[in-house]
Ligand binder design. Structure first.
Ligand SMILES: [Fe+2]
Length: 209
């Protein structure tokens, strides 16, 4: 985390206080992507791309978002909902949260979570770090293997599918692109709104300082 110029006191580093941080159940990796970090934070709040972009990786996953809720508390955005087929009233439940400026947490099942940090390197590159946590098994040897397999499938399958979409991104930040938003984009709308408020308050503070 970069806090700007050197100073005497620093605020706490923000983090998800409801995520179990048991290293033995987790596996992680990182790589560099040629996009502004805000595009990655936004992409992590966009769960409803899953049945389209990752259709073959999650067979049977519905494309209708039901029971969708999104709210902002301080600098954290909470979203949750279900991805359903038309005949389903309950499908795959998900949570996708973000903490500004650059953290994401996706709960794919109640036993498999993914943390993502999208750290800006410059205006066109992001150092993307992610870590999978699993709660399926506590058996020695197995607990690390499950999260390792999740990381491998993310790297070898899921990320390749995402990168085909990312490669079509126009350059720039989220401020340079505007989409017609739908109800399931409310988490993204809240992220954009809160980011704008924080940027404006920084600009005002600089003007008065
Ligand atoms: Fe994706």
């Amino acid at each position: 985390m970069w806090y700007g110029e050197r100073r005497a006191d620093y605020p706490d580093i923000p983090f998800f206080d409801d995520v179990t941080l048991e290293a033995s159940r987790s596996s992680e990796t990182s790589y560099v992507l040629p996009h502004h970090y805000t595009r990655m934070v936004e992409a992590n709040l966009d769960m409803h791309h899953t049945p389209f972009v990752h259709k073959w990786s999650v067979p049977g996953l519905g494309a209708i978002v039901r029971d969708f809720h999104a709210r902002l508390e301080g600098n954290r955005i909470y979203t949750r909902g279900q991805l359903c087929r038309p005949e389903q009233s309950e499908g795959m439940a998900f949570r996708a949260d973000a903490i500004l400026p650059n953290l994401g947490m996706i709960e794919l099942t109640d036993k498999l979570r993914l943390l993502v940090a999208s750290t800006p390197m410059d205006d066109g590159h992001t150092w993307l770090w992610f870590r999978y946590y699993q709660d399926y098994s506590n058996l020695p040897g197995v607990r690390r293997a499950i999260s390792w397999l999740a990381v491998q499938s993310e790297l070898r399958i899921v990320q390749k599918q995402d990168r085909r979409i990312f490669s079509g991104f126009a350059p720039g930040t989220i401020d340079d692109v505007d989409y017609p938003m739908v109800q399931a984009d409310l988490g993204i709308v809240l992220y954009r709104k809160r980011r704008r408020e924080l940027l404006d308050s920084t600009t005002r503070a600089a003007a008065h300082g």
